[in-house]
Ligand binder design. Structure first.
Ligand SMILES: *Cc1c(COP(=O)(O)O)cnc(C)c1O
Length: 388
């Protein structure tokens, strides 16, 4: 973790504000310009200042890619039009006949992409509980080339030991990809823990304001960066300059937002844990959470996502989800406004009937930046009104 600048290397917050964002050499602008030009003048045939066409490269996109690479401790990064476009570029590292191991509670859209899109193209997959290295070994095949991990997982907020998993995956000659969307590089740096590739939906915490969809791939592996860059240019699922600007603007306050969201999540988790209508609270900061020790080791904080199971099952859960006034009933996460959702019917509807199906009594919260006491009062009020 680059917690400070003891060794002379800039700290996280410094990099978030400055990496890739030097003042414009021509005008002195302290904010990287939004470069809307699709093409760039050449001084001679094939002679240019690094940019020729905006799909292949754009200065605002470069600023974003440079900044995120530095925050992840990566050699490089590529930005995409969405998190799933970023994931798709990583999956292009596989060839027909290859086998992929995915978490058994992966983000629903990730599983749909892996299973329904890449499955048709000859990539097989096995969903596995990645907290169980014996289960991983049992699912392994000679053609397994990649293991996909999320931690904390969605929506159950399970914790995967990235260092232990990386060792296991590398011993068997495959690559480990970590979806770092829920943790962000401020809480956890998967590459430093041994992962080969990091992917993000920057739609969530990196952007942080529910106003831009995007994705990122970062890596220290030259071959991966080259292959992903080739897909970025060849397929063309690139973010526009305004999207890059908005994401970069969000990243500047990432550390501050995460710090506050982690603290408020602790308050919310404690309040839910004390409520008789709540059967279980799933938050890695709780000492009785099965991933608490690993989370303490590999994360700087426990994150702003909290899930809980209501005692009354799906009927009550649906009433709670529809009954809050401050928590907005909506998909997505990681922004300044607090959200509540029902994974079984909403974000994870696409995995109903698969091994990734989630229980009907589960609710997922994305803790925002509102006054903590207001958030707790609203949640307890909704539980009350739902009759639990
Ligand atoms: C939202 C999300 C994605 C997909 O990203 P999009 O930007 O919606 O395409 C992938 N992984 C996780 C963990 C997510 O939360």
């Amino acid at each position: 973790m680059s917690a400070g600048s003891d060794a002379g290397t800039p700290g996280f917050e410094t990099l978030a504000v400055h990496a890739g964002q030097d003042p414009d050499p021509v005008t002195g602008a302290v904010v990287p310009p939004v470069s809307v030009s699709t093409t760039f003048a050449q001084s001679g045939v094939g002679r240019h200042a690094g940019y020729d066409y905006s799909r292949s490269g754009n200065p605002t996109r470069t600023a974003l890619e440079t900044c995120i690479a530095s925050l992840e401790g990566a050699l490089g990064a590529s930005a995409f039009a969405s998190g799933l476009a970023a994931e798709d570029a990583v999956l292009h590292l596989l060839r027909p006949g290859d086998h992929l191991i995915v978490p058994n509670d992966a983000y629903g859209g990730t599983y749909r992409l892996v299973d329904q899109v890449w499955g048709r193209l000859g990539i097989t997959n096995t969903p596995v509980d990645l907290g169980d290295l014996d289960a991983l070994a049992a699912a392994w095949r000679p053609e397994t080339r990649m293991v996909w991990a999320e931690t904390p997982t969605n929506p159950r907020l399970g914790i995967v030991d990235i260092a232990a998993l990386a060792e296991c995956v590398h011993d068997r000659g495959a690559r480990l990809v970590v979806d770092n969307t829920f943790a962000t590089p401020w809480l956890q740096q998967p590459l430093a823990l041994g992962a080969d590739v990091v992917v993000h939906s920057s739609t969530k915490y990196l952007g942080g304001h529910s106003d831009v969809v995007g994705g990122i791939v970062a890596s220290n592996d030259e071959a991966v960066l080259q292959a992903v860059g080739h897909v970025q240019n060849s397929v063309g699922a690139v973010p526009g300059p305004w999207d890059c600007y908005l994401t970069l603007r969000g990243v500047k306050t990432l550390a501050l937002r995460m710090e506050r969201q982690c603290a408020t999540a602790a308050t919310v988790a404690a309040a839910l844990g004390a409520h008789p209508g709540v059967e279980a609270v799933l938050w890695p900061g709780l000492p009785d959470h099965p991933g608490h020790d690993v989370a303490t080791r590999q994360m700087r904080g426990f994150g702003g996502m909290v899930s809980f199971v209501v005692a009354g099952g799906e009927e009550i859960a649906l009433k709670v989800a529809a009954g809050t006034r401050l928590w907005t009933l909506a998909e997505s996460l990681g922004a300044v406004e607090s959200l509540i959702e029902h994974p079984h019917r909403m974000t994870h509807a696409s995995v109903a009937g698969s091994p990734l199906e989630v229980p009907g009594g589960l609710l997922r919260l994305s803790v925002g930046l509102e006054t903590p006491a207001d958030l707790v009062a609203d949640l307890l009020g909704a539980l009350e009104r739902a009759g639990s």
